[in-house]
Structure formats: structure tokens, C-alpha cells
Design a protein around this ligand. Structure first.
Ligand SMILES: Nc1ncnc2c1ncn2[C@@H]1O[C@H](COP(=O)(O)OP(=O)(O)OP(=O)(O)O)[C@@H](O)[C@H]1O
Ligand SMILES: [Mg+2]
Length: 317
């Protein structure tokens, strides 16, 4: 993460709040409230199929979206990109200082990493006790609903079933979130979009999505991109040469063919980018692939040997 104004590829819009720059042990860091967390710098995203059109159509039709696919195939990057893209008006109106006056009207992105201890209160909110007494604090889901954000629930199957059903009224025509503890129902603001993701590869049957949950979403499948597209992604993201990027994409394709031979999931685009970054930092291609791809994707010595052989066949040094 860089220590400038960027934070995970996102920057806050104008109107700095009191908390924007906090000082902590001489370290400056950015802090945004959920409602002002906009992606206003274009994230790099290379489309693989018609996912952009599908997302936009679903967004306009208020249809919840499920993104599924193996690790490192660009699901999170895609959501960030779409939050940026949908925030852009077709006509950019400049104010008298030459600034994009629509920049403030973006769509916030709220990301929630699901885990098995995630409770309904963690999502919706809870009463807190402080010096002044009891006060209510909205959870991230309630805040996303109120601010018309894109709410991205990452690895949804990790959440407990009782937590998952909480999103049911939000994920159908009602678009509401009951807040039982306050005795109220929140109606989602226009623009609110529910996006969930999961990796079907390593989910057990027990952890599968309930039918009544999954059938509330359209599903966009992510898979490793074709080699030419993947090479371009690797080049752009890692800064390595086009020739190295092509070789890494080839390595990725060949390693994925080992999937039925003891490998749970092939080399992700993410891990190939890591190799590219090491190469562009001066590490030899073979060594870079060794520590990222060979050791990174498996602990099985036999599979490691097979991957190593592919690396040696592709890279001379
Ligand atoms: N189509 C793409 N365009 C641009 N970058 C991509 C694309 N696909 C993958 N990437 C790159 O791969 C990296 C991994 O992607 P990302 O984190 O979005 O994967 P993910 O599918 O969300 O993985 P996980 O399931 O592990 O969360 C990104 O940081 C980005 O650099
Ligand atoms: Mg992700």
C-alpha cells in the first residue's frame, strides 16, 4: 500500500473530513468513513468476456450479482473497476475551478470479508455503551444500504447461515434491511447494489450456498484469462517486459493443465504478477518463478517437481 493519498487503489473525493489525515506516531494515514470511500482513480481492469455489460445491466435492473471463480482471477479488481466506471457520468461537468464537479456523486464501495464469526450485528449494527450512555452504531451493511453503495460481500459461504439469510430481503424485490434491535426496516437507497463472491473450488458441500440465497443472484463466472490477455495484465501490473509477461502467461496455462494431477488450483494471475514483479526487480526468472509459482501454489513435493520442470522448459535462466 502506498503512503500517499491512494488506499487500495481508491482515493477519497474532495471535502476532506476531520479524520482524513490522522497522525499516529508520526505516521500519516488516510481514514475514510464508508460513505465517502469512492474509487475515483481508474483501476486497471482488462475485460475477459462480457462481464462489464452484464454488471452494468444488472446494476441498472437492481439485480444482485454473484461473482464466482478461482482465486486471483480479478473478481475484486472487477468490482473496484465497476464502482469507478458506474460513478462516471457520461458527460463530465467541470466546475469553475476546472474540477470534475460530479466527482462527489460517485458510488461508494463497501467491502466486507465474510468469516464464520461474522454475526448479524457485525453487519447491521449494535448498541454501544460509552461515557454518554448507550448509542447505536450502524454496521457496514446498514451504512451501505443508507448511502446507496455497492456492497461487496467477499467469500460469502464463509459466513454463518443465519447471517446469510439476513441479506435475503435485500436481495429480492423488497430491497430492505430489517434492523431488529432498533425495530425498524431500512429501504435501500437508489444505487445500492449487492455483490457477493465465492470460490466454488474449495467449498465443501456443507459450506455451499443455500438454494434460496444463490437463486437471488445472477452469476458471473471468472476463469483465468486467455494467454494473450493474461500476458497483458501481467505486463501492466508487474512492470516486467512483454517477453517475460508472455512466458509467465504460458507458464500459467501449462501449470493449470496439472490441475487434475494433484493440484487443487492452478497458478493464479495474481501469483504470476508476483513473479513478474520479482523479475522486474532483478531476480532471475527461474528463481522468481520458484518462490512464487513453484513454492507458492503447492506443498506437494511431486507436484512441485512437475511445476519446476515446466519453469525450466520455459525459462533458460
Ligand atoms: N482482468 C483483469 N484485469 C486487470 N487485472 C487483473 C485482472 N484479473 C486479475 N488481475 C490482477 O490479478 C490480481 C488478483 O485479482 P483479484 O484480487 O481481483 O482476484 P480475486 O478473484 O478477487 O481473488 P480472491 O478470490 O483470492 O479474492 C489483481 O490485483 C490484478 O492485478
Ligand atoms: Mg478478491
Amino acid at each position: 500500500m502506498n503512503n500517499g493519498s491512494d488506499f487500495c487503489g481508491a482515493t477519497a473525493t474532495s471535502n476532506p473530513t476531520k479524520e482524513r489525515m490522522a497522525k499516529n506516531n508520526n505516521t500519516f494515514y488516510n481514514q475514510f468513513t464508508i460513505e465517502e470511500y469512492y474509487i475515483n482513480k481508474e483501476p486497471f481492469y482488462l475485460p475477459v468476456a462480457d462481464e462489464m455489460q452484464l454488471f452494468e445491466a444488472a446494476y441498472n435492473g437492481q439485480i444482485p450479482i454473484l461473482l464466482k471463480g478461482p482465486t486471483g482471477t480479478g473478481k475484486t479488481r472487477f468490482v473496484e473497476y465497476m464502482a469507478w466506471k458506474l460513478s462516471r457520468p457520461l458527460t463530465i461537468v467541470k466546475n469553475n475551478q476546472g474540477k470534475d464537479s460530479n466527482a462527489k456523486n460517485g458510488i461508494p464501495l463497501v467491502t466486507i470479508a465474510c468469516h464464520e464469526d461474522l454475526t448479524a450485528s457485525d453487519l447491521v449494527g449494535r448498541y454501544l455503551l460509552d461515557a454518554e450512555g448507550t448509542r447505536w452504531m450502524d454496521g457496514p451493511l446498514a451504512r451501505a444500504v443508507k448511502s446507496g453503495a455497492i456492497c461487496y460481500l467477499d467469500e460469502i459461504v464463509e459466513a454463518r447461515k443465519d447471517t446469510t439469510v439476513l441479506i435475503h430481503p435485500l436481495a429480492d424485490h423488497r430491497r430492505t434491511l430489517p434492523v431488529e434491535k432498533q425495530g425498524i426496516v431500512l429501504e435501500a437507497k437508489k444505487g445500492f447494489q449487492l455483490v457477493i463472491s465465492y470460490n466454488p473450488g474449495y467449498q465443501s458441500a456443507l459450506k455451499d450456498l443455500k438454494e434460496s440465497t444463490r437463486q437471488r443472484f445472477i452469476a458471473i463466472e471468472f476463469s483465468p484469462p486467455p494467454p494473450a490477455v493474461e500476458a497483458e495484465i501481467i505486463r501492466k501490473e508487474s512492470g516486467c517486459t512483454a517477453a517475460h509477461a508472455r512466458s509467465l502467461a504460458k507458464l500459467g496455462e501449462k501449470v493449470r493443465n496439472l490441475q487434475d494431477h494433484g493440484l487443487k488450483e492452478g497458478a493464479s494471475t495474481r501469483i504470476l504478477i508476483y513473479a513478474g514483479k520479482l523479475i522486474s526487480q532483478g531476480i532471475s526468472p527461474k528463481r522468481a518463478c520458484h518462490v512464487s509459482v513453484v513454492w507458492g501454489i503447492t506443498d506437494d513435493a511431486e507436484v512441485q517437481r512437475s511445476v519446476e520442470e515446466i519453469v525450466t522448459a520455459i525459462f533458460a535462466n
